[in-house]
Write a protein that binds this ligand. Structure first.
Ligand SMILES: NC(=O)c1ccc[n+]([C@@H]2O[C@H](COP(=O)([O-])OP(=O)(O)OC[C@H]3O[C@@H](n4cnc5c(N)ncnc54)[C@H](O)[C@@H]3O)[C@@H](O)[C@H]2O)c1
Length: 337
């Protein structure tokens, strides 16, 4: 029988790609999602349990019913700006609910947990590229909530023998190259989907926040990592824990940065469209450059991103966004998507 993995947030963007990778690696992914932001159509590689993280009775039942041996925990609220104006929402869902999940796992004897962390736990960078030993000093409640969970994992590991990895993603991007799943956030705040929706004519322009950064073209530089490469890292992290590997954090990025202007130019090449831009001042708390040092994941997990070409990453997203635009034009499409 295939080992079952509980995937919280399995109907979301990264979680659904992880379910695909888990299935390909011989696991049964059991998606657990309230569908607050996720989509039923994104769950294609295993069962879906519709439930909230706060419902620990249902989590415990799901662990029993599906004979769960490990958990990959994606479910969280993810809007940085909202976390500043409504922090309690973030601490409750991302921290309190995660605590309930961790207790349910420990009580059921599940000893492995892979956690979706973020480069936002580092805060303002002191050097570049960022390695895992960089000081963690988040500048918003979203990053703080993720750091709190990292600390909880550390102490649960010591006290209760919970093996864990905290995967600190940089900018997740792209979509399933076969167009089965992709990024569908509402509201959308990520650069590549916003640029592509502009290319599709669904938005009038794309805002460039900050043109006076100390970067080659003055716009902010980020590390765009393809969602399938992220998904593969989760499988490798799980195998690492199965081997009894050390509980630790791993950066997941390519190690190469691309500016906002470079992303827009890539989108123009891929789509053949001109993307109108609107220049705006910098946003508070947005560093000039965020690029990963992914050496630890390469050396310890054997992880190597396959999608390293920006145009290639954007092309997978473009394929997806075109399909979704077509779908939304159908009479029932908007309601389902
Ligand atoms: N997208 C990125 O670039 C990025 C970067 C760093 C970290 N992350 C982290 O990765 C994880 C996944 O991100 P994503 O972009 O796929 O987000 P997403 O919103 O697409 O997925 C999150 C899923 O969790 C579900 N969820 C949220 N709260 C829940 C609850 N209380 N009970 C049950 N389900 C709940 C949502 O319905 C959604 O399907 C998050 O933890 C996020 O913080 C994402």
């Amino acid at each position: 029988m295939k080992p079952s993995v509980l995937v919280t947030g399995g109907a979301g963007y990264i979680g659904s790609h992880a379910c695909k990778a888990l299935d390909a690696a011989g696991y049964t992914p059991v998606a657990y999602d309230s569908l607050v932001f996720g989509h039923r159509w994104a769950v294609q590689w295993g069962p879906l349990v519709v439930g909230d993280l706060a419902d620990t009775a249902l989590i415990r039942k799901t662990i029993r019913d599906h004979n769960i041996g490990a958990c990959i925990h994606f479910a969280a609220f993810t809007y940085v700006g909202e976390s500043v104006t409504d922090p309690r929402k973030y601490f409750r869902n991302n921290v309190v609910n995660t605590l309930g999940l961790m207790d349910s796992l420990v009580e059921a004897g599940v000893k492995r947990m892979v956690f979706s962390s973020t480069c936002a736990t580092y805060g303002d960078p002191e050097y570049m590229p960022l390695d895992e030993t960089h000081r963690q000093h988040p500048v918003n409640p979203y990053g703080e909530s993720k750091l709190m969970v990292e600390r909880m994992l550390h102490w649960y590991g010591r006290a209760y023998g919970l093996g864990w990895t905290a995967l600190r993603y940089f900018n997740a991007s792209g979509a399933d190259p076969e167009g089965r799943i992709g990024e569908e956030h509402d509201p959308e705040t990520h650069l590549i989907p916003l640029v592509l929706q502009t290319a599709l004519g669904e938005r009038s322009h794309i805002g460039i926040f900050g043109t006076d950064y100390p970067t080659a073209d003055g716009t902010a530089v980020r590390d765009y990592i393809h969602v399938d490469d992220l998904a593969d890292a989760h499988v490798l992290a799980l195998r690492h824990l199965e081997r009894g590997g050390e509980s630790q954090a791993f950066n997941l990025g390519t190690g190469t940065g691309h500016s906002v202007r470079a992303v827009i130019e890539a989108a123009e090449r891929v789509t053949g469209q001109t993307v109108p831009v609107q220049l705006a001042p910098r946003r508070e708390g947005d560093p000039a450059v965020l690029v990963a040092e992914p050496k630890r994941a390469r050396e310890v997990l054997g992880w190597q991103p396959k999608h390293t070409d920006l145009d290639g990453i954007v092309a997978t997203a473009w394929n997806w966004h075109q399909l979704m635009a077509e779908f939304r034009r159908l009479p029932f499409g908007k309601a389902v998507a």
